[in-house]
Design a protein around this ligand. Structure first.
Ligand SMILES: Cc1cc2nc3c(=O)[nH]c(=O)nc-3n(C[C@H](O)[C@H](O)[C@H](O)COP(=O)(O)OP(=O)(O)OC[C@H]3O[C@@H](n4cnc5c(N)ncnc54)[C@H](O)[C@@H]3O)c2cc1C
Length: 512
C-alpha cells in the first residue's frame, strides 16, 4: 500500500509533518497536482508559474536524493485522486492544511468529501501558526509562539516509493510533462525576479541573518535599500520552500548568539550587535504578522472578495475605471514615486512593505479604485502573492476594515522621506533623471524654464498628475471617515475586532 503525500504550497522536505508521517507509515507517493482551475485563475501569473516550476524541480531533486521522485499530475481534484486510487493501492493521503484563495478552499472541501465517500483516510496537519476552526482570538499569540518553538520535523533520510510497475499503471492522461529546462530561458525578463527552490531559500535566510540584516529595521522602508536589507523570504514562505517555523527558529538562534557576543564585548563595541538584535526581533515579529493575517482569511474565507463590514460594500465603484487602473498599473500616473514603484514591481516582482502600502493607498484613495481591482493587479505582480496576507493588507490599506487607523499616504511626502536623494525614482522613471531633487517629486510644479533647461516637457515626456493630489486626498478622507464613524457607532468595528483583531495591540492600531 502507498501513502500519498499531497504537496501544495509546502514545497520542501524539511519541517514537513505529512511527509514524515507518510514515511513512518510505509511506502510514499509524493504528488503535486497542476490544477487548471488554480493556474488559470486571475490571481495566477507567469511569474508564479516560474517560481513554482523552479521550486518543484528542487523538490523533485531533494526527494530523488532520498529515493523517490515527485509525481506531477494534471487535472481537476478530486477526480485526479479518484483515478489514481483506481490505478494504485493508496492507503491514505497526507497533506498540510492550506489557507488559500476561494478556489483552493472549495477544492479542499471537495477533496475532503470525496475522501470520506471513497473511504480513503485524509490526514491534514496545520501548516504553521494558523489554526483551523479557531474559536477565539484570545490567547492566539501564546499559541503561535508555542507552535513556532516546537521542534521542526526532520527531513526523512530515506524514502521507499512505488515500484516501476505501479508507476506504469498511472494513466498517461493524468501525467504532467515536466518541461525540459528551455522554459527557464524562454523569457529573459523573468530573470530579474527571484528564483524558487530550497537552495535559494536557505541562502537568503543565511545571508539575511548573518550579512544583510543589520540595518533591516532602519532600511526596510527605503525603496532602494530594502531590496538588500529585507529578508526577501516572502516568496519562499508563500510556496513553502522554507517554513515559517524554520525562519523563526533560525532568527531566534541568531539573536541568542548575538546576545552572547554583546555580553562578551566592551560597551563601546556593542552598538552594531544591539542593532542586529533589534532588527532580528523586528523580523521575527513580522513572521507572526504573517500568520496573524492569514488567520483572518482562514476564519472568514469570504474576505478575499468582500469587505470586513457590509458598510463598505458600496464605498468604491464596482465598475472598473480602466483608464486609471492602467495608468497606475503601468506607472504613468504622473506621481513619480508611485510610477517608480509600479515599474520596479513589473520588472522585479517585489516591493517593500511601505511602498506596497503606499501604492495600494494611492489606488484606493487618490484614484478611488476598488481594492479588489487594484489588489488583483498586485496579486499577479507579486511573486510572493499569498492570499491570506494580500487581501487582508489590501483591505487594511484601502481602509475597509473598520478597525484600523485610516492612513492616506501622500506620495510626495513618502518620496521625500524614503527616497530623499531620488535614487529610486531616477532609476525607474528615467524621463525625470536629470531633474534636480527639489523638482523630482512634484514635476508638475517644475517651472517651464527649468523644464526647458533639462530638455523635458511635463505633460509630454512625463505625464501630468492624472488626479489633483489635494482634492483627491480630501475627498477620500471625508468619505472614509464618515463610514468609519458609522462602523464605530453601529458596533460593526467592535464586532470585526472581536473576530479578527490582534489582542496584542488595541483597536485602531494602524498595522495589525
Ligand atoms: C497591499 C499589500 C499587499 C501585500 N501582499 C503580500 C503578499 O501577497 N504576500 C506576502 O508575503 N506579503 C505581502 N505583503 C506584506 C509585506 O509587504 C511583504 O511580506 C514583504 O514586503 C515581503 O518582503 P520580505 O520577505 O523581504 O519581508 P520581511 O520584511 O523580511 O519580513 C519577513 C516575512 O514576514 C512576513 N511579513 C512581513 N511584513 C508583513 C506584513 N506587513 N504582513 C504580513 N506578513 C508580513 C512575510 O512573510 C515576510 O516574508 C503585502 C503588503 C501590502 C501593504
Amino acid at each position: 500500500m502507498l501513502q500519498l503525500v499531497w504537496f501544495k504550497r509546502d514545497l520542501r522536505v524539511h519541517d514537513h509533518g505529512p511527509l514524515v508521517a507518510a514515511a513512518e507509515a510505509g511506502r510514499v507517493l509524493p504528488v503535486f497536482v497542476h490544477e487548471p482551475e488554480v493556474q488559470q485563475a486571475d490571481d495566477f501569473s507567469p511569474r508564479h508559474a516560474m517560481f513554482l516550476r523552479q521550486s518543484l524541480d528542487a523538490l523533485h531533486t531533494a526527494l530523488r536524493e532520498r529515493g523517490v521522485g515527485l509525481l506531477e499530475l494534471r487535472g481537476a481534484l478530486p477526480e485526479v485522486f479518484d483515478a489514481l486510487c483506481d490505478a494504485l493501492p493508496i492507503a491514505a493521503i497526507h497533506a498540510h492544511e492550506e489557507t488559500g484563495n476561494a478556489i483552493t478552499y472549495a477544492r479542499d472541501r471537495r477533496v475532503r468529501a470525496w475522501a470520506k465517500r471513497r473511504g480513503v483516510p485524509l490526514h491534514e496537519r496545520a501548516g504553521a501558526g494558523v489554526v483551523r476552526r479557531l474559536a477565539t482570538r484570545d490567547g492566539w499569540h501564546d499559541r503561535w509562539v508555542a507552535t513556532m518553538r516546537h521542534p521542526c520535523a526532520r527531513a526523512p533520510e530515506v524514502l521507499v516509493g512505488a515500484t516501476d510497475d505501479e508507476l506504469c499503471r498511472i494513466p498517461a492522461s493524468l501525467r504532467f510533462a515536466r518541461p525540459d529546462g528551455t522554459h527557464l530561458v524562454a523569457n529573459p525578463r523573468e530573470h530579474a525576479r527571484q528564483a524558487g527552490g530550497r537552495e535559494q531559500a536557505e541562502s537568503l535566510l543565511h545571508s539575511f541573518l548573518h550579512e544583510r540584516g543589520e540595518d533591516y529595521r532602519r532600511a526596510m522602508s527605503s525603496p532602494s535599500e530594502a531590496e538588500l536589507a529585507c529578508s526577501r523570504l516572502s516568496a519562499h514562505l508563500a510556496y513553502g520552500t522554507l517554513s515559517n517555523r524554520e525562519a523563526y527558529q533560525a532568527a531566534r538562534t541568531r539573536v541568542r548568539e548575538l546576545r552572547d557576543s554583546t555580553a562578551a564585548v566592551a560597551p563601546s563595541a556593542r552598538t552594531p550587535l544591539v542593532r542586529w538584535q533589534q532588527s532580528l526581533v523586528s523580523f521575527a515579529s513580522r513572521l507572526e504578522w504573517r500568520d496573524h493575517f492569514m488567520q483572518k482569511l482562514e476564519d472568514e474565507p469570504e474576505l478575499e472578495h468582500r469587505p470586513f463590514s457590509p458598510l463598505y460594500d458600496d464605498v468604491w465603484p464596482h465598475e472598473v475605471d480602466t483608464m486609471r487602473l492602467d495608468a497606475w498599473r503601468t506607472g504613468h500616473t504622473g506621481f513619480p514615486l508611485v510610477d517608480a514603484c509600479m515599474r520596479s514591481l513589473e520588472a522585479t516582482g517585489w516591493l517593500t512593505f511601505r511602498m506596497r502600502a503606499m501604492v495600494m493607498s494611492f489606488a484606493s484613495h487618490y484614484l478611488w479604485l476598488h481594492w479588489r481591482h487594484a489588489g488583483a493587479v498586485l496579486a499577479r505582480a507579486f511573486v510572493d502573492y499569498e492570499p491570506g496576507i494580500h487581501w487582508m493588507q489590501c483591505q487594511m490599506q484601502a481602509g475597509s476594515t473598520g478597525i484600523n487607523t485610516i492612513r492616506i499616504y501622500n506620495p510626495v511626502k513618502q518620496a521625500e522621506e524614503h527616497d530623499p536623494d531620488g535614487t529610486f525614482v531616477r532609476r525607474w522613471v528615467p524621463e525625470l533623471a536629470t531633474l534636480p531633487t527639489t523638482d523630482l517629486y512634484r514635476p508638475w510644479d517644475t517651472p517651464a524654464m527649468v523644464q526647458l533647461m533639462h530638455g523635458l516637457h511635463i505633460g509630454g515626456d512625463y505625464s501630468l498628475p492624472i488626479v489633483s493630489p489635494v482634492s483627491a486626498h480630501a475627498q477620500a478622507r471625508d468619505a472614509l471617515h464618515a463610514v468609519k464613524q458609522q462602523a464605530q457607532r453601529s458596533g460593526e468595528s467592535a464586532r470585526v475586532w472581536q473576530r479578527h483583531g490582534s489582542r496584542r495591540t488595541p483597536l485602531g492600531t494602524p498595522n495589525r
